[in-house]
Design a protein around this ligand. Structure first.
Ligand code: FE2
Length: 324
C-alpha cells in the first residue's frame, strides 16, 4: 500500500483542442497562472504541453494540457476516465463564479451540494467538465487576475471524479493500492480520502454502468490521467516495486519529464494513474516570477527546436511576469 508515500494529487492532464482557446480558458476564465509552456515529451508530434497553477505554482494545483486540435486527434469521453476535475475556491464565491461564467458564455451547472460541500460545474470549450468546491480549510494561494480577486481565486485541486462501469475493483485499487480510505456514498458517488483528507487528498468514483468506454489515448476532449505526488526518486522506485509486486505488471518504466520523474499504471476501471516526484519543479529552467512567459524545450529536444517551433501555432499569454 502506498499510503505513506503518496502526498495527494500532483497534476491532472487533459487533451484539449486549440492551444490559444485553452490558454484563454484557463487564464481568463478559470484564473489560473500559466506557469509552463513546453512540449509533449513522448513521440514525434510537435504538441504544446501547457501547465496552469495557483499563484505559488504549487504541486497539486497544476492542470496540464496537450492541445491536440492541430493534429486533428479527438478522444471520446466515457467511462474509464477522470470525468470531473475539481478545484477548491473560497466559501461564498460560487455566486460570483455563476455570474462570471454567464458573462463569458461558459456552459455551467447550478450550485449544488454533495458530501456536505457546495459545488458548481462548468465546461471547457473542448467538452471537459470541471467543478469548483467551496473549502476554506485549503490555505493555498490563488492567482489573482483583473476579473478574479483573492476572495474567489482558485487555490488548487480538490479532487478528481473517476467514472467506472463497475465500482468493486476500482474501489480495491483506490483503497488497497493507493491507500485512500472509503468515506461514504451519496447516490452513485463514492468518496475516498488520503490521510486527513480534504483538498488535494480526495477521490470520487461515479458509478455509470451504462456509459460506454472512453478513449485511453491522448486526444482532444478527455482527461488522459491523474498524477499522484511522491517526494523523491527513491520513493518513486519504492512505488514501482510495490505496485508491480501487487500484480500490476503493466506499471511503466520511470520516464524523465524534465520537471519531474514519472511512472504510470492503468487502474482496473481504466483510469490511467501516474506517480510523480516533487523535488525538481518548474523553476529548473526559468525564474519563479517569469514562469510560463515563454516556450521551453527539454535539453534532449533542443537540437530539433527550430523544426518544433515552426510547427507549433503561436500563442499569446495574457499574463505578465510577477513583480518581485
Ligand atoms: Fe502527467
Amino acid at each position: 500500500m502506498l499510503q505513506n508515500l503518496i502526498n495527494g494529487i500532483h497534476h491532472v492532464t487533459a487533451g484539449v483542442a486549440g492551444a490559444q482557446e485553452d490558454v484563454d480558458f484557463f487564464t481568463t476564465i478559470v484564473g489560473q497562472r500559466l506557469a509552463k509552456q513546453t512540449v509533449l515529451m513522448d513521440g514525434p508530434l510537435p504538441i504544446y504541453h501547457l501547465y496552469y497553477t495557483n499563484a505559488d505554482a504549487d504541486i497539486g494545483s497544476a492542470m496540464t494540457t496537450f492541445p491536440y486540435g492541430k493534429a486533428g486527434i479527438k478522444a471520446r469521453r466515457g467511462s474509464g476516465q477522470v470525468k470531473i476535475t475539481s478545484y477548491t475556491v473560497p466559501s461564498n464565491s460560487l455566486e460570483f463564479w455563476v455570474e462570471h461564467f454567464q458573462k463569458h458564455h461558459v456552459r455551467h451547472g447550478t450550485i449544488e451540494e454533495r458530501f456536505g460541500q457546495r459545488r458548481l460545474t462548468f465546461m471547457h470549450p473542448c467538452g471537459l467538465e470541471f467543478e469548483f468546491v467551496e473549502d476554506d480549510t485549503d490555505t493555498r494561494r490563488g492567482y489573482v487576475t483583473d476579473d478574479v480577486s483573492i476572495n474567489e481565486a482558485v487555490k488548487g485541486f480538490h479532487s478528481v471524479t473517476m467514472s467506472v462501469r463497475e465500482v468493486e475493483e476500482q474501489n480495491r485499487f483506490i483503497t488497497e493500492v493507493l491507500g485512500f480510505q472509503f468515506i461514504g456514498q451519496e447516490r452513485n458517488y463514492y468518496q475516498y480520502e488520503l490521510k486527513e483528507g480534504g483538498a488535494n487528498k480526495t477521490i470520487y468514483v461515479v458509478h455509470e454502468p451504462d456509459l460506454p468506454q472512453g478513449s485511453w489515448g491522448l486526444g482532444a476532449g478527455t482527461i488522459h490521467h491523474v498524477a499522484f505526488a511522491v517526494d523523491t526518486d527513491d520513493e518513486l522506485n519504492q512505488v514501482r516495486e510495490i505496485v508491480t509486486g501487487l500484480g500490476f505488471t503493466d506499471m511503466s518504466e520511470i520516464k524523465d519529464r524534465y520537471y519531474f520523474h514519472s511512472a504510470y499504471v492503468r487502474s482496473p476501471g481504466g483510469i490511467l494513474c501516474e506517480f510523480t516526484t516533487s523535488d525538481i519543479g518548474f523553476t529548473i529552467d526559468e525564474p519563479f516570477e517569469e514562469l510560463g512567459q515563454k516556450l521551453h524545450l527539454p535539453p534532449w529536444k533542443l537540437k530539433d527546436s527550430e523544426e518544433i517551433m515552426s510547427q507549433l501555432e503561436p500563442i499569446t499569454n495574457p499574463q505578465k511576469p510577477l513583480v518581485k
